[in-house]
Design a protein around this ligand. Structure first.
Ligand code: GCU
Length: 612
């Protein structure tokens, strides 16, 4: 009974929350290109109350408290009993997970209340949004004691309108963040990454005019050399509102009228357009003007498509020399969020000779995709539909769909992002197939310009008498994907590294394959014979054998070995070797490169040389 308590608490919280302040409850929106909007940063120290029993919500009968911690009351101000005091509660840094900030919170999963005072002066004719880059996992935002909005999902941004809640002068915000893992959650109970909780990305106040550009899409039209097509959605716009798109460097300006839903369509003919590619990651400054709103962004234009078992970038076949990456902060560990984290991680990928990164298993900080745009790294971006999800639960599907839509909306205009992934290593059942078909349909309708993939598990046929092992890609989900991803661990979870030499790959589908995971653990600095697990030599041996095997697969169009850097995982407890780290990194969490790093680098260099 006891261990069921946390889920019970979480479930009751969700159930009882609406009663707290029904009036102000709103569904957040997601402002595209928000990092280019005028904003007031609220990053820094926040007071934090660690509240394992959600006492800030529930009284001893587990009934919702009308006077929860969101009211930010001060004890002693009146003789009312107040049993919390933000002003005396030790701070936590934002952005940042709480687990890596305090030893006492290393394993903590539950509720933390964040509080911050701020000064504000609202300008006439503007609207104010409370922007959260990401909060893991459930977040409730209260401004001046009033509920502004709630959000589920730890890896996508949300913007709560607080125009009617902020006041001139002194204000305070309280954010209830709960990272309790939930069976019906996305992700669900079991993951091979640390459940870093908290306000893990930037928090700020964003101002917009009354009517403002909420979302837009500008892409190079497939099959055209120079047509940039797309749309702009203006909130608050009535039919006929003028919207202008400018690309000064291309001497392009076009004005269109919005329809009744505030949407204006564009088709601009761009002479002399330099396409975005890994070699030439050309970004153009663009401007979108509507009424008083003037949004700026920098966008690359390229096409990405699948033809048979090939992937074409700008109409030309491309091989994705990749690496998988977790959003684990190099050197300090914890959830990665900073510009420095992004530059270090993508810098190592570049050093490896990669032109592609699989950002696993959830959308990473927007700094990563912005930087990939500038560096010319192609990106696989994924929602955390991982392992055993509640496939038959409509609320879980709605949650996954929402996270997918948010991921696409935030990075729709990032040229670097070329693949949306809807799942990782999920069981081949009818309920799962229906769930994922729905996500694939959502991805295609939200963004018809990009292929959709997923990381599949494969069928292994019994070895032949000669000892040949055949892998067959026949997962029914493959039918609905544009690009197949496959995870395999020959030499680690399956046999010895040498097994790769006698493994053959076939596919039921005439589609491109990305080997989205392979590899093995090695503790940096541990050396020994190539058949001794955990040594750098064993990991290097796996890579040597894998590369030889992969070269034999005719429909292989890319790979993203597991993984760039060692990362924290609660499932990895082997003392003196793992110590709560998955050690499959080619680089240790302290930035030390293992032998396999150079093995893969050499291979990628040879591939790049062949491209010239
Ligand atoms: C899986 C999974 C990863 C995990 C890896 C491993 O394939 O997708 O999230 O970390 O294997 O076992 O190291």
């Amino acid at each position: 009974m006891l261990q069921k308590l946390p889920h019970l608490v979480a479930a009751l919280c969700i159930l009882l929350l609406p009663h707290l302040s029904p009036a102000a409850e709103g569904k957040p929106t997601l402002l595209v290109d928000s990092d280019n909007r005028p904003s007031i940063s609220l990053d820094g120290d926040w007071h934090a109350v660690v509240d394992p029993y959600d006492n800030g919500y529930l009284d001893f009968r587990m009934q919702a408290r009308p006077d929860g911690y969101f009211l930010n009351e001060k004890p002693g101000k009146s003789n009312k009993l107040v049993e919390y005091d933000f002003s005396k509660s030790a701070p936590l840094k934002v952005p940042g997970d709480w687990n890596s900030q305090r030893d006492s919170l290393f394993f903590y999963e539950g509720t933390v209340w964040y509080q911050k005072d701020f000064q504000y002066q609202r300008k006439p004719g503007t609207r104010t949004f409370f922007h959260v880059g990401a909060a893991n996992y459930l977040a409730q935002v209260f401004v001046n004691g009033q509920k502004a909005c709630e959000h589920e999902g730890g890896f996508t941004p949300f913007d709560c309108e607080v125009t009617s809640l902020v006041r001139d002068g002194d204000n305070f915000v309280v954010i209830h963040v709960n990272d309790q893992r939930k069976r019906d959650g996305i992700p669900t109970l079991n993951t091979d990454w640390w459940n870093y909780g908290g306000l893990t990305r930037d928090v700020s106040l964003i101002e917009t005019p009354e009517t403002f550009v909420e979302d837009y899409s500008l892409q190079l039209q497939k099959g055209s050399d120079a047509i940039i097509a797309g749309w702009v959605h203006v909130v608050g716009a009535s039919a006929g509102m003028q919207v202008t798109v400018k690309i000064p460097e291309l001497n392009l300006t076009q004005t269109a009228a919005s329809d009744a839903q505030g949407r204006a369509a564009f088709s601009l003919k761009a002479a002399k357009l330099q396409r975005w590619s890994p070699r030439t990651p050309k970004l153009y400054d663009i401007e979108i003007i509507s009424g008083k709103d003037h949004l700026k962004d920098s966008v690359g234009f390229r096409t990405i498509e699948v033809r048979g078992d090939d992937i074409l970038l700008n109409g030309k076949s491309i091989f994705l020399r990749g690496i998988s990456v977790h959003a684990e902060a190099p050197y300090r560990s914890g959830r990665a969020w900073s510009q420095q984290d992004a530059e270090t991680l993508l810098g190592w990928a570049r050093e490896l000779g990669a032109n592609f990164v699989r950002l696993a298993h959830y959308p990473h900080d927007e700094r990563m995709t912005r930087l990939a745009d500038r560096m010319g790294l192609l990106v696989w971006s994924e929602v955390p539909v991982y392992w055993m999800i509640e496939w038959e639960n409509p609320a879980t599907l709605a949650n996954a769909t929402n996270q997918l839509q948010e991921m696409i909306r935030r990075d729709r205009n990032k040229a670097s992002v070329v693949l949306w992934s809807v799942a990782n290593e999920t069981p081949n059942t009818p309920a799962r197939l229906a769930f994922l078909k729905s996500l694939i349909a959502t991805a295609h309708s939200e963004d018809p310009s990009r292929p959709v993939t997923a990381a599949l598990l494969v069928t292994t046929l019994p070895d032949t008498a000669e000892g040949i092992r055949t892998k067959v890609i026949d997962d029914p989900l493959g039918e609905y994907l544009d690009v197949l991803g496959c995870n395999e661990y020959i030499g680690w979870y399956e046999g010895q590294p040498e097994l790769a030499a006698r493994t053959r790959w076939t596919s039921k589908f005439n589609k491109p394959l990305i080997m989205s995971e392979f590899g093995g653990d090695a503790k940096f600095g541990l050396h020994g014979p190539p058949d001794q697990r955990w040594t750098e030599e064993y990991q290097e041996n796996i890579y040597r054998r894998q590369i030889a095997m992969l070269k034999q697969i005719p429909f292989l169009r890319g790979l993203s070995p597991w993984i760039l850097m060692d990362f924290r995982s609660p499932r990895r407890t082997l003392p003196e070797i793992q110590d709560f780290y998955n050690r499959k990194g080619l680089v240790s969490n302290e930035g030390q490169k293992k032998k396999a790093f150079f093995m893969l680098q050499e291979y990628y260099k040879s591939l790049a040389a062949q491209e010239n």
